[in-house]
Design a binder for this molecule. Structure first.
Ligand SMILES: [Zn+2]
Length: 345
């Protein structure tokens, strides 16, 4: 057992080689797929389902990941068929190949309703130019002409990482129990990182397939999106974190989507909550004079927010600002040019 710098315990020395699996509990296998972004991998899970397999999450659509899947399906499944694909949430790294995989294996996609429907909407939007409302959203945050031009240019690029979603699906719900092979798994829904993120908890095996809800090293992104500029996802996120912390103790093996499996969920969740609370305090302090969304980055992020992370940084900064706004710790006014400014109450 390796103890990491943040006091989490990592029980596995090795990580799965491409197109190979590692058994992390009886009938639960860890797969790792490359990602063509700065976060360079995602973990997927293969569950022994008696006369077949259940797959949890799929990876992004790239030629490399498709060929790794083809090799896995051919060589790692002991000649048993895939019976279903479960999608934890709508993000491209998780669900990019869901359509391709479900069609190839002729199985259903199981997913929470808001995740499935949001994914259908976003995947069709990504094929068009950004809407006027979307452009206005970034303008109101303080994007200048050049930044908007870059945003417009790149808007459709994400659609390459996504195959067409299945046009029908099987809904999964919070608290639902799903029998997979010999074990019963309970769906635990979190919110804030995405609308209705599914985790899968198996009491018998004492483990949680956590998706992006609990990650050992990186803090999951919590963002306000252009389709709901006034939303307060950080409130939902912190509420979910507290709920998970009460339910999942330190003996539960956490299978995260990024990083290595670990023990110590309550410690890690508290660290994430504390990080947000400290960020909110710095942000409040920073808004002693009126600030645009793009002005508050230094109060929230260690690294520079520019270019490739400008959009995500803006959406995350707005999530923190909206949280303080709803708590009435900040007020917001809109300038004549449409730009929002936030200031301490
Ligand atoms: Zn995610």
């Amino acid at each position: 057992m390796r103890i990491g710098s943040n006091n989490l315990a990592y029980p596995f020395e090795a990580r799965p080689e491409p197109a190979h699996k590692i058994e992390v509990a009886i009938g639960v296998y860890w797969l790792r797929m490359p990602l063509p972004i700065s976060l360079n991998h995602i973990n997927l899970w293969l569950l022994d389902d008696d006369d077949g397999w259940t797959i949890v999450d799929t990876g992004m659509s790239t030629d490399e990941t498709k060929s790794l899947w083809e090799s896995l399906l051919e060589n790692q499944l002991d000649s048993k068929p895939v019976k279903r694909v479960i999608g934890t949430h709508m993000h491209l790294d998780h669900i990019g190949l869901a359509g391709w995989l479900c069609r190839k294996c002729e199985v259903d996609l199981w997913m929470p309703r808001s995740e499935y429907l949001s994914c259908r909407v976003f995947s069709s939007e990504m094929k068009e130019d950004p809407s006027t409302e979307t452009v206005e959203f970034y303008k109101s945050a303080g994007f200048q002409h050049e930044e908007l031009a870059v945003f417009r240019d790149r808007f459709q690029a994400r659609s390459h990482f996504m195959t067409a979603m299945p046009t029908s699906y099987r809904q999964i719900k919070d608290h639902e129990k799903i029998t997979i092979g010999e074990h019963e798994w309970t769906v635990m829904v979190g919110s804030g990182h995405s609308p209705e993120h599914a985790c899968l908890y198996c009491e018998d095996l004492n483990l949680l397939i956590a998706g992006d809800q609990i990650l050992p090293r990186i803090t999951p992104n919590v963002s306000v999106r252009p389709d709901q500029p006034q939303s307060n996802p950080l409130e939902e996120w912190l509420e979910s974190c507290r709920r998970f912390k009460n339910r999942i103790d330190e003996t539960v093996l956490i299978l995260p989507s990024h990083g290595d499996p670990f023990y110590g969920a309550p410690l890690r969740i508290q660290e994430i909550i504390d990080d947000h609370e400290q960020a909110l305090a710095r942000l409040h302090e920073n808004c002693n004079t009126p600030k645009r969304v793009v002005d508050v980055f230094p109060a929230l992020f260690k690294g520079k927010v520019e270019d490739h992370n400008l959009v995500i940084g803006t959406c995350e900064a707005l999530a923190h600002l909206n949280y303080l706004l709803e708590r009435q710790q900040l007020q917001m006014f809109v300038e004549d040019n449409g730009v929002k400014r936030f200031q301490q109450n």
